[in-house]
Design a protein around this ligand. Structure first.
Ligand code: HAM
Length: 434
């Protein structure tokens, strides 16, 4: 008995009606990032497991519960990347990109986390991530936020709220952690199971709890902002001044802690209330200690990653569908000679007008069936090539969207006419009456 194979849970096929929006976002992001001087880096999907343990943190949800980890044929423990920052820092150190240099890098691609799948949360998802190295001041933090804001504007995504916070230096966080443990221990009876577990492993994450029963307790917890040292406070104040000066609206969220251990000072999230529980579409911050922690020379760093699926969901909700891949021209071919000449002429047409989308009828069929396919394809014109046309060295041109009579072109004349034209002009140009 054969069973139908299905995609692995949490891993989605991105079908053409959705992939159009993915391409729209990816192209727009590439344009904006390039315009700000960011360079693309392409990173492996697989890294050593150790890399993620040492960067994201041993006691984070990602490392404890969500990684796709396996032992390969050599006995090495490998992990499908759950995020891109760790691999980018590893690559930067390994390839000498960070030595006394300022770097602005970006990457895109699939990430893998074994989370409980739901709307906006998948086990394979896509990020476009940005990492900067060698710039310690709040100016680069502000640039990252201005750049994301420009991307939202270019995409027409509205209503995102920017939340910012400062996590301070590692020393500040250690002291604050002790304060939090003391507070929550004193109220242990009110904690849920998850928070009780986090109390020892990662108490800052209790502040992030989505359990409404804990909100009152969390509201009374000591605030990290009160524990900040002078340096972190000056950095945060500097960022706020820059954002105010540039007219970027934001809200300081003292409970924003992020789920990865490597952050220092600035953290931020762009949030929407239109996607239910998975409302963070872009998140990041500063991670000044990470390069040194992985064996490189101490290098300040900051970056973010946006969740492609979540932004696509917003785009699908509010943007007009991007144009599909309808051909401009459908070439119908009838007979053995026409079939082989058709392939050759289609190539010549593509040479003459490279942007023109030309679909050649493959798989046979009578003219009627082929014209039906041409109509269904969305093409503006059908070119018709049968025995008579082959004998005369011509093609029939049949406009499919307007009530204009079919006409005939000698092939060399047609090639000359379309040569150097934009694809959009070709249908009008060829649909002349004899
Ligand atoms: P993150 O907050 O773990 O940060 O992920 C960034 C974004 O990826 C999230 O805000 C969300 O939009 C999207 N995302 C995360 N998990 C899923 C999922 N299971 N399904 C769909 N979308 C998801 C990072 O990954 C850091 N590396 C960001 C960064 C870069 N920080 C500094 N540089």
């Amino acid at each position: 008995m054969s069973t139908t194979l299905q995609a692995v849970r949490g891993m989605r096929d991105i079908l053409p009606e959705h992939s159009r929006y993915f391409a729209l976002l990816e192209n727009c992001a590439r344009e904006v990032l390039t315009a700000y001087g960011y360079e693309e880096i392409r990173l492996p999907l697989l890294e050593s497991t150790e890399l993620f343990k040492r960067t994201i943190g041993e006691v984070t949800d990602i490392v404890e519960k969500e990684m796709y980890t396996f032992t390969d044929r050599n006995g090495d423990s490998l992990t499908l990347r759950p995020e891109g920052t760790a691999g980018c820092v590893r690559a930067g150190i390994e390839n000498g990109l960070l030595h006394n240099q300022v770097r602005r890098l970006w990457y895109g691609g699939a990430m893998f986390r074994h989370e409980r799948p739901q709307k906006g949360r998948y086990r394979q998802f896509h990020q476009i991530g940005v990492e900067t190295f060698g710039m310690a001041g709040p100016d680069i933090d502000a640039e990252l936020l201005l750049m994301t804001q420009r991307l939202w504007r270019r995409l027409g995504v509205e209503g995102l709220e920017l939340q910012i916070n400062s996590l301070g230096t590692p020393a500040v966080r250690m002291a604050y952690r002790a304060e939090l443990v003391a507070y929550f221990t004193a109220h242990q009876a009110q904690l849920d199971e998850d928070s009780r577990r986090r109390l020892q492993s990662n108490p800052l994450r209790i502040l992030d709890s989505k359990n409404p029963a804990l909100h009152h307790l969390i509201a009374g917890a000591p605030q990290l902002s009160a524990a900040l040292d002078d340096e972190s406070r000056a950095h945060f104040d500097g960022l706020r001044r820059l954002l105010d000066g540039a007219g970027v609206a934001y809200r300081v969220n003292p409970r924003l802690v992020r789920g990865l251990d490597y952050y220092t000072k600035t953290v931020f999230e762009w949030v929407t209330d239109r996607l239910g529980a998975q409302g963070t579409v872009c998140a990041g911050g500063r991670y000044d200690g990470l390069v040194a922690q992985l064996g490189g020379r101490a290098t300040p760093a900051a970056g973010f990653a946006l969740g492609v699926e979540r932004l696509v969901a917003l785009l699908e909700e509010q943007a007009a569908p991007p144009p599909g891949a309808a051909p401009d021209v459908y070439l119908a071919v009838l007979g053995e000679q026409a079939e082989s000449l058709g392939l050759l002429w289609a190539e010549q047409l593509r040479d003459a007008c490279p942007a023109l989308r030309v679909l050649v009828n493959c798989g046979g069929g009578g003219f009627k069936a082929q014209l039906k396919r041409a109509d269904k394809s969305g093409a503006a014109l059908a070119l018709v090539l049968g025995d008579d046309e082959v004998a005369q060295g011509s093609v029939g041109v049949k406009p499919l969207r307007h009530d204009v009579r079919q006409c005939t072109w000698l092939w060399p004349d047609l090639l000359q006419a379309v040569s150097g034209c934009t694809a959009a002009d070709v249908p009008r140009l060829l649909a002349r009456n004899d």
